[in-house]
Design a protein around this ligand. Structure first.
Ligand code: SAH
Length: 431
């Protein structure tokens, strides 16, 4: 959502029959006035309006709006859709300020501005309207409570457009978790994840439901999260590191693509990134990922070993720095040895290797060794293994060594850099 959209509080537009008294508050029926009060309390930036407009004057009102003005519209759908038709057809529709249609049965439908947070606004609206008590702690209240004071709402019709965030906790240390992830966890109603990761995601408030599951049931966990969100809850799925790196974000999208329920496609879904294990371990050792690198999972749960071996072989031949995730488990003790043998066919025994274990957690160990010396027994499933390229170097620092991969390729060895590198590239931007 662009900052411009956040600057303006949503405007509540209430449509009434042509000929009814127009203006502001006086034209509102009591149900709509209560609804306006609830929204004003529950929306983070408050609420503007309400503006009461005759349904047949809606098109004129829409044309006259500031294009940055988010709107919540309460009234019959048809006149609004007709008024918005030219905007909906425009290629920029998703980037408009959000316009959400709120029907009398408490369904909030994002019509315009999907890229500008319309789905999130819709979810917030329904959350606000379905909370049992508008005054205290709207966030911790269970969301799926009927909105019985919405004008004309059948009690059972209150269904939210829920929210599902798939978040990366980073390696473990609280300071390495993105503030957006912390905020999402704080606001969640249900938090789902593998037991160990849930411990890193706390502390939780009494009202929050924490659903621990076994690590292997990823697709089932993804479906559970989607179903809860579809029921109107604010759901967070937690992953260690980054949610998109060998983790739940892809599982959620796989479940979504195969979703039995079309309503799941309308959910407000967001992936919030985290610092991945390879990045965290690399930072401890220096800058081994300073040039081109790849990440590979050695787990053969979801792909055959032959494919893993082929990728390792190509990555090694391409002289990429390689970060190995899921490097070794009790179920497949021999594979890391096989992987190391494969890499040794391409790289010198002096190639630096970084073993980062439990990085960012109590008991962290970061060891720098070499491809010739590393032994599989030094590695377990809580370790990420970084194998240098032909260019990766190490040099002493107090209490250890720095490891880095220069930004040049190939790196000029003994001579000064400027003699070997054309001026235009002598100082590449650091980013
Ligand atoms: N999404 C995670 C990776 C999950 S796969 C991320 O982006 O980091 C699990 C593998 O990640 C583990 O087998 C291990 O290789 C690595 N890993 C995750 N957290 C780690 C940590 N704190 N220290 C070292 N390795 C870690």
């Amino acid at each position: 959502m662009g900052a411009a959209h956040e600057a303006l509080a949503p405007l509540l537009v209430v449509a009434v029959d042509p000929g009814a008294e127009l203006g502001t508050e006086p034209g509102l029926e009591p149900g709509a006035a209560r609804l306006a009060d609830r929204l004003a309390l529950a929306l983070p930036g408050g609420l503007d309006g309400p503006v009461v407009v005759a349904a047949d004057a809606l098109a004129a009102l829409v044309r006259g709006l500031d294009p940055r003005q988010p709107c919540i519209y309460l009234g019959p759908a048809e006149p609004l859709v007709l008024a918005l038709a030219p905007l909906i057809a425009a290629p920029t529709a998703s980037r408009c300020a959000p316009i959400v249609l709120l029907t009398r049965d408490a369904t909030a439908i994002p019509l315009l501005g999907t890229a500008a947070g319309a789905a999130r606004l819709a979810a917030r609206i329904v959350q606000a309207l379905t909370a049992p008590d508008p005054a205290p702690a709207p966030v911790s209240a269970p969301a799926a409570v009927p909105a019985d004071d919405i004008p004309g709402a059948p009690a059972s019709a209150a269904r939210a457009t829920g929210r599902l965030a798939v978040v990366g906790l980073g390696p473990g240390a609280a300071g390495l978790m993105a503030p957006d992830v912390r905020a999402e966890l704080d606001q969640a109603e249900a938090i789902i994840g593998y037991r160990t990761y849930l411990e890193l995601a706390g502390p939780f408030r009494p009202g929050q439901r924490v659903l621990a599951s076994d690590n292997r049931e990823e697709l089932a966990r993804a479906r559970q999260a989607l179903a809860l969100a579809a029921a109107g809850e604010r759901v967070v799925v937690v992953c260690s590191g980054d949610p998109g790196v060998f983790a739940m974000a892809a599982a959620v999208l796989e479940a979504l693509e195969q979703a039995p329920e079309p309503s799941w496609q309308a959910l407000d879904i967001e992936m919030l990134p985290g610092i991945s294990a390879a990045q965290a371990a690399a930072a401890r050792a220096g800058a081994p990922l300073g040039h081109d690198f790849c990440v590979l999972s050695l787990s053969d749960n979801l792909k055959p070993w032959a494919q893993i071996a082929r990728r390792l072989d190509h990555a090694a031949a391409a002289d990429l720095v390689i970060a190995l995730y899921n490097p070794r488990s009790r179920a497949r003790p021999g594979q890391l040895q096989a992987a190391l043998d494969l890499l040794r066919a391409h790289r010198a025994p002096t190639t630096p290797v970084v073993l980062g274990r439990e990085v960012g957690r109590p008991g962290e160990q970061v060891l720098v060794t070499t491809l010739g010396a590393v032994r599989p027994e030094q590695v377990d499933m809580r370790t990420v293994v970084i194998i240098g390229s032909s260019q990766t170097r190490q040099f002493p620092r107090p209490g250890g060594v720095w490891v880095y991969t220069p930004r040049w390729y190939p790196r000029p060895l003994s001579e000064g850099v400027s003699e070997q590198v054309p001026e235009a590239t002598a100082a590449p931007p650091t980013d």
